[in-house]
Design a binder for this molecule. Sequence first.
Ligand code: AVI
Length: 321
Amino acid sequence: MSKSPNTVPAVDDELTLSALEGLRKTPKQLSPVWFYDEEGSTLFDSICELPEYYLTRTEMQIMTQHGDDMARRIGPHAALIEFGSGSSDKTRVLLDKLESLACYVPIDISRDYLFETAGSLARDYPSLRITPVCADFTQPFDLPVHIAAAHRRIVYFPGSTLGNFETEAAQRVLTTMRTIIGRKGAVLIGIDLRKDPEVLQRAYNDAAGVTAEFNLNALRHINRELGTDFDVDAFEHSALWIENQSRIEMHLVSTRDQDVHLGDETVHIRRGEHLRTECCHKYTLEGFAELAASADLVVSRVWTDPEQKFSVQLLEPKPIQ
Ligand code: AVI
């Protein structure tokens, strides 16, 4: 990274600064937020349909098979608060099963998608009170005051998205959930499990190349949004299983030396250099229970598929001794 000594940085917006911060790290990093422009969201929907990407299908199968038990444990008159609600697809399974739900509060950073989905849910569940909240759940946000009237507050976080956070950030997200649910509530969360690395490698290196496109699209998005000049054609997708971190890492590897301009800075990327774009942690049941415990949450029920590929877990506040 080079910068002429006498210039005042022209970089003053938060997005540019945080992108620069990532590119100053070793290895260089790009935030996974760059995956999700319109094209990226469509590519992610296609990933969920891929034969190699077992996560979505397996979680849906668990929800369908055990939704009645989940609804029974959640109980009547709950407020359902969903983190990163997206299409709310899996939520529909719960909405069909939960008894006299007090309200549904989907939280998502993408305003258009959030309100579009809330509108379609309102048409399908006309008697349900739906209050969308447009927010980044890793930052402080307000919830509607009417959730206080519900018997319990249930935070729903499907998709194993928690696995995309580094351990400390995952602890912070769980702590936020713990604060929201108070003493009587619960968290219902989808968690992908550790398995044969071959299966994992295939899930993130699909034969049709959709995940590669999804990864490369992050560069198109950042070029468009921040005016950077990454040479997208000079990068290759790579997804590697990192055994000692129990995670898949998605990288983009530069096939040539290139200079990328961001604000008034120039970032040099060497031929063969990796940019890390995402981490996808895979947990053992014990490992996840430990992570939950670090946020004062106890695993009270685990539902899995017969091959134990994926899990949906109910977490409750640790009892006060
Ligand atoms: C959103 N998240 C849970 C996905 C995952 O599997 O970690 C994102 C993804 N990246 C590549 N394929 C899917």
